[in-house]
Write a protein of this length. Structure first.
Length: 338
C-alpha cells in the first residue's frame, strides 16, 4: 500500500470513528429515526450531539493526536522505540500539582479556587507538567548541550520524588478528595466542552506542524547525534525544541483529561513496525492513528458498562501494557537473549 493510500485509509477510519461515536453511547441514536423525530425530540437529540458528544469526540481526537505525535518525536530524540512522553517527567509533575490543587482547594488555595472554579486542577496540572519538564531539561543541559542519558536519569529521579510528594498529599486527603484524585488519575473525557476544544486545538495543531518540520532532522538523528551534526543538523536546537514543545502539548492534554497512558508509546511503535521509521510519514500517521485510537477507546469507555462510564486510562493501559511487554520480549528475542 502506498503512503498516500495509507493516509487516505487513516482519514477514512477517522471519519468513521467520529461518525459512529456520535451515535453511540448510553443513549443510542438510530440513524433511520434521527431525521424523523418530532421538534421537541430532535432539539434534545441535537443538544446531545452538539454540546456533549461532539466536543468530547474532538477533544479525544486532539488528545490522541497530540500524545501520539509527541511520543513519536520523543522516541526520535532518544533513539529508542520504547521511550514515551512520561520519560521527561511531565506526567509526574502534572499529577503532583493536580493532587496538591485537589487537596488544598478547600483551604490554602480556596481564594484561587473561587476565581478559577473547575479550572483549578487543570491549570495546576498544566503548570506542574511544564515546570517538571523544564527542571529535567535544566539538569541535563551543560555547556550548550542536552545530554539525553542525563535527561533520562533526571526524569526518573524527579518522577520518583514527585510521586513521593503526591503520595504524602494523598495520605493527608479526605475521602472525597481521595475519590477526586483517583478519578483524575484514571483519565476521563466526561467533562469535555467547546472551551477545552478551542484551547487544545491551537496547541496540538501548531505543535504538530512544528514537529513535522523537524522530521528530516529526526531522520538524521537515527544515524546518531554526531553523524547528524555532520549533515548540518542543529542537534541541540532540535532536541530543545522538541522537548519544550512536547511538555506544553502533553501538559495541555492531560490537564483536561487526566492521566492517559501508553498512547504515545504504542501508536508510534505500531506504525514504525508496519510502515518504517521515516519521520516525514511517521509523524502525521501517528497523529491520525492516535486520534482514531483514543476516539474508539473513549467510545468503548462510555458504552461498555452504560449508563456508567469506565475511565479511559484503564482501557488504554489494558491495551498498552500487554503491547509494551510484547515489545520487550520481541526486543530480547532480536538480541538473542531468549
Amino acid at each position: 500500500m502506498s503512503r498516500r493510500s495509507f493516509y487516505l485509509l487513516l482519514s477514512v477510519l477517522l471519519l468513521i470513528s467520529v461518525g459512529s461515536s456520535l451515535f453511540l453511547g448510553a443513549y443510542r441514536i438510530d440513524w433511520s429515526t434521527f431525521w424523523s423525530q418530532q421538534a421537541d425530540g430532535w432539539e434534545a437529540t441535537w443538544f446531545l450531539l452538539w454540546h456533549i458528544r461532539l466536543p468530547r469526540i474532538l477533544l479525544s481526537g486532539l488528545t490522541g493526536a497530540g500524545l501520539a505525535i509527541v511520543g513519536a518525536a520523543i522516541q526520535g530524540i532518544f533513539r529508542n522505540p520504547l521511550a514515551d512522553p512520561t520519560i521527561i517527567g511531565v506526567t509526574s509533575g502534572a499529577m503532583l500539582f493536580a493532587v496538591v490543587a485537589i487537596v488544598l482547594a478547600g483551604s490554602v488555595l480556596a481564594p484561587l479556587a473561587k476565581i478559577l472554579q473547575h479550572s483549578l486542577v487543570a491549570m495546576a496540572a498544566f503548570i506542574g507538567g511544564v515546570i517538571t519538564t523544564y527542571l529535567v531539561y535544566f539538569l541535563s543541559y551543560r555547556q550548550g548541550k542536552v545530554y539525553v542519558m542525563t535527561m533520562l536519569l533526571a526524569g526518573i529521579a524527579i518522577s520518583a520524588f514527585a510521586a513521593a510528594i503526591s503520595g504524602l498529599f494523598i495520605y493527608l486527603s479526605d475521602d472525597q478528595q481521595l475519590r477526586d484524585i483517583t478519578f483524575w488519575s484514571m483519565g476521563s473525557l466526561g467533562g469535555a466542552n467547546w472551551s477545552q476544544v478551542q484551547l487544545a486545538g491551537p496547541f496540538v495543531i501548531t505543535a504538530g506542524f512544528i514537529l513535522y518540520g523537524q522530521s528530516r532532522a529526526l531522520n538524521a538523528l537515527l544515524l546518531g547525534e554526531q553523524e547528524a551534526s555532520y549533515l548540518g543538523v542543529p542537534v541541540e536546537k532540535v532536541k530543545t525544541r522538541i522537548i519544550l514543545i512536547s511538555s506544553v502539548v502533553i501538559g495541555c492534554c492531560i490537564s483536561m483529561t487526566g492521566l492517559i497512558g501508553f498512547v504515545g508509546l504504542i501508536v508510534p511503535h505500531f506504525l514504525r513496525l508496519i510502515r518504517g521509521t521515516d519521520y516525514r510519514y511517521l509523524l502525521p500517521a501517528s497523529a491520525l492513528t492516535g486520534a482514531v485510537f483514543l476516539i474508539l477507546a473513549d467510545t468503548l469507555a462510555r458504552t461498555i458498562i452504560a449508563p456508567a462510564e469506565l475511565p479511559i486510562g484503564i482501557l488504554t493501559a489494558m491495551v498498552g501494557a500487554p503491547f509494551f511487554l510484547w515489545l520487550l520480549l520481541r526486543s530480547q528475542q532480536e538480541k538473542g537473549w531468549l
